[in-house]
Design a protein around this ligand. Sequence first.
Ligand SMILES: O=C(O)CCC(=O)C(=O)O
Length: 297
Amino acid sequence: MADSQSRATTVQWNIVDDMGPLANATRREAITIDQQLIDDFQRDGVCYVPGAFVEWVEPLRAGLGRVMSAPDDYAFTSDSAEPGEPGRFFDTYCNWQRVPEFSTFALTSTAASLAAQCMQSSTAQFFHEHAFAKESGTQKATPWHHDLPYYCIDGHQTASVYVALDDTPAETAVRFLAGSHRDGNTYVPRRFRTGSDYDYDDPTMVSAPTFEGDDDDARVIARELSAGDAIVFDFRTLHGTTDAPVTTRRRAFSTRWLGDDIRYIERLGVTSPPLDLDLAPGDRMPETLFPTLWSTS
Ligand SMILES: O=C(O)CCC(=O)C(=O)O
C-alpha cells in the first residue's frame, strides 16, 4: 500500500460510470488449480501458482511503463524512495479504467477464477489493481503490513492475485508471514515512504511487527519468482520485504478481489483508495464500480 498522501494531486480514478456493461460484454476463462494450492492459501494465507500469467507479462509491463513515465496523468501514484535514496520504489493503483492492458487483464484473464477458488467463494468481485516497481539499486524495504485495514471493506474472503513481471530472486521478492491472516489482529496501515504507522485513532488496531533479517524465521515464506508467476494472498496476510538491494528491476501487478462475505465498513481514518461512496456499513460494494467478474451460481 502506498502512502495515499504522498502525491498532492491525483486524477479521477473512476472515469466509467457503470462497469456492468463491460463486465457483461467480456468473458473470463476458468483455471482449475490443485486442491493443494487452495489448502496452502487457507492455511498460510498465501499460495504460489508458477507460470499462471506468462502471456500477460509483456502487456502489463507496457501499461505500467506508461504510468511510470507520466505519473501525473494517472491516479494514486507514489514514489517511496526519498530524494537521495538509491533507486526508485514506485507504486500506482486504481488505474484499470485508464490503462487498457490493466482492464483487459481484469476482464478477460483467469485471475477472477483463480481468486474465487482460493477464497472458496462462489463469486469474485473486482476491487482494483495495484502495480509496483523497484528499479535496480533500490534498497527501500516494503514495510511489513497487511492490506485489509487500508480498505473500506471487511470480511474473510479476499484475495490479491500478484503477478511477477520480472524474474525476482527470493532475497528481494515480497515475503509473507504464514498463518498471519488468522492471527485475529488488525494492523495499523503503514506508510511505504517512511515505514511509519498511519495516524489511526482506532483502539482495535495494533502496530504490525517487522521481520528484519528474517531468513531464519521458519514462518516467513519467500520464494524466487519468474516473470508470469502468480502469488495469491489473503488481504489479512502480513507481507513485506527486507532492504536487500534490488539488483535487477522488479515489477509486479496485483489485482484485488472480494468474495461473498465482503461488506463495506467505515474506517477511522483515510482509506486507500480514499473512496467517497454513499454506503452504510454492511452494504455490498456497488457493482457499477466493482463488478462481479466470476460467479459459479
Ligand atoms: O511487491 C511488493 O514489494 C509489495 C506488494 C504489496 O504490498 C501488495 O501487493 O500488497
